[in-house]
Each structure stands twice: as C-alpha cells, then as structure tokens.
Design a protein around this ligand. Structure first.
Ligand code: ZN
Ligand code: ZN
Ligand code: ZN
Length: 340
C-alpha cells in the first residue's frame, strides 16, 4: 500500500510506496537485461503476460484473447503501484498529515519487441503509442480521485527504468504536484496581466528568433528553453493553444509522433543510446477550466547527476547554455566542438 505524507514545514507531499522497493532494480542493483537468457525472463515480452497484472487495454491488430500474445501496445496496472484506489482511508495525526495515495498507476508497453526504441521505431508505431497515451489519459481523467494525469518515460537504468523493455508509465495523481502548481500559477499570473497565454507568447517569440528552435512541423515546435534546468533539455510544445494533452487531435498525434521520434533521434546522434526522461505537463483533470495553461512535453537526457546543491535548494545549475545545446542538436556546430 502507498500513502501520501505531508511535510508540515514546506507543505510538500511525499508518496511513500514501500512495495516499489521490491522492483528488480532494488536500490540500484543492476538490472540490465541484455542476454537472451534474461530476455526469456522479461515480464513485458509477449508470451509472459501471466507475469503482469491483467491488461486494461491492448492493441491487437489481428484480434485475439486478452492477456495473450498478438498485441502491438499493451497497458496494465503497475504491479508495484505508487497510487492505487480502493485502499482504506488513513487517519492523520497532529503534525503528521497523511492520506491514502488514491489514484492509478499504469504501465504502457510500447512494442512486443524487447529491443525496440521510440527513436528507431517506425513513425506509425510511435503514433500508436501516443494514441494509447491519449486513450488512457482520458480514461484515468474520469476517475474522481484523480486530479492530474502524469505520463512519463524513463529510458535506461540511470534514468530510473527498472526494466529494459521500452515502456511508459501513467500516474493518476490525487493532487496537483508542485511543479505543475508552479507552472499553473505563473501562467495564470501572466494571463491576468497580459491577457495572453505565456506559452503561446514564448513559442511565438522563439519562432521569430529561431535561436533555440531545434525542430518544427505544422503542429509542434521543439525548443531548448531559455532557462533550461539541465543540459540539452528540450520542450515539445503544440503550436496552437491547447490546455490539456487529451485535446490533441489525430493530425496532431501524427506530427507529435514524428517530432518526438526526431528529437530522440537527435539525442542518439549526439550522445548514442543515452538514458533520458520525458514527461507530459497537462492541465489538472479536476473539472475546472485552465484556459491560461498550455500542455507540453519536457525531455531531459541523463547527462549529469543531481547533487547536494540541487537537492538542497530545488535550484538547478546548468553547465550548458540552451543556445549551445540547440546549435549542437541541430548540427549548426559539430559534435564535440565547444565546451558542454
Ligand atoms: Zn521484454
Ligand atoms: Zn497557449
Ligand atoms: Zn512544464
């Protein structure tokens, strides 16, 4: 069972999910599954469906029974959930506020191929993964416990992946997490004073300057944000105003897949098979309107480690300018030139 505990000093909530310590990576133990023998044991490979909880969705091009092979994308609840509904209510004590970690936690397997990677999968297969994101986002947003649907990908052990087989995770979170709260507050403040969406203004300005634009297509632009937290951080932002990811239409989905694949390809070109994280920031799903917010995906290659300064301050020291990162990613300067 997972529970949420609130720091009485800062007001921050922490998810305490002790079952997750049972994951194969158990506190940093190696989990690389590269030998055929290990692939035999992979719970995400076709034929091993019995090793996972029952699926909640699977795309089966040739039909077939649930929880059997023949799927292209497969979704099931996380075996070690950080959020889960139906647990008993927890009582708080004075000074020690806590609550049940109500919500959901799902795993989305991108492909039956153990070694498939989004960067090199055919575009229509990446699009299918994103289509499943949209479907599961909408389904989880219906849950009364869920106030925010947060979709992430951890790729590579250094980026927090517990299994090598490419997969994303969806969290149905029963509160609005601090970073999203900060973005909502900033976007609301800007909208009140300027009458415009701050994200729309930002991408319009970036498109005029082109200094930090890494890629663009009809529906999306990818930039290295002006105040990037970490080296080679990239945001993919829809070019038309849209507060929530579930509003993405089919045309945009196709172009989102191409853009995501392109950016991951740029990382591969520059850094090889680098570990990375991405996550989608989208308006809360609590029934309120957030017309001032604009969803986006943030992508961060794992090139540095968080140190005491970052942990102690929640402030980042970035050793690469986003302008240099954009130049290197787009090939305006050659790999290896200039200091990172
Ligand atoms: Zn596998
Ligand atoms: Zn906007
Ligand atoms: Zn964001």
């Amino acid at each position: 069972m997972a529970e949420l505990r609130q720091d009485i000093v800062t007001g921050s909530w922490v998810d305490v999910a002790t079952d997750r310590a049972l994951r194969p990576t158990d506190f940093g133990k190696p989990c690389e599954m590269t030998t055929p023998d290990d692939i035999e044991k992979c719970p995400f490979c076709p034929g091993h469906e019995i090793m996972t909880p029952l699926e909640v969705l699977a795309i089966r091009p040739n039909d077939g029974e649930p929880n059997t092979p023949g799927w292209q994308v497969r979704v099931f609840p996380n075996k070690f959930p950080a959020f889960q509904s139906g647990e008993p209510t927890l009582e708080s004590e004075p000074l020690f506020p806590r609550r049940t970690a109500d919500g959901s936690h799902e795993v989305i397997i991108h492909s039956p191929d153990h070694n498939a990677r989004l960067a090199t999968m055919p575009p229509d297969e990446v699009e299918l993964v994103l289509r499943v994101y949209r479907h599961r986002y909408r389904a989880n947003a219906e849950d009364a416990h869920v106030r925010c649907v947060h979709i992430i990908l951890n790729s590579g052990r250094e980026a927090g992946a517990s299994l090598e087989h490419s997969h994303s995770q969806l969290f149905g979170v029963p509160l609005v997490p601090p970073l999203l709260q900060q973005e909502l507050a900033g976007a609301s403040w800007y909208h009140t004073r300027q009458g415009k969406c701050v994200f729309c203004r930002m991408i319009s300005s970036e498109m005029d300057m082109l200094r930090r634009v890494v890629a663009k297509n009809r529906s999306f632009v990818a930039i290295t944000p002006f105040a990037s937290k970490l080296p080679f951080e990239v945001w993919i932002v829809p070019r038309t105003h849209q507060e929530s990811f579930d509003m993405i239409d089919d045309t945009q989905l196709e172009e989102f897949a191409l853009m995501l694949r392109d950016i991951l390809g740029l990382y591969n070109d520059r850094f090889g098979d680098v570990p990375f994280n991405y996550y989608i920031h989208s308006a809360p799903t609590d029934g309120s309107e957030y017309p001032y917010y604009h969803w986006h995906l943030e992508l961060i290659p794992k090139l540095t480690t968080m140190g005491g300064f970052e942990l102690g301050t929640s402030m980042w020291i970035n050793v690469t300018t986003p302008e240099h990162a954009a130049d290197l990613l787009t090939g305006r300067i050659e790999k290896g030139m200039g200091a990172l």
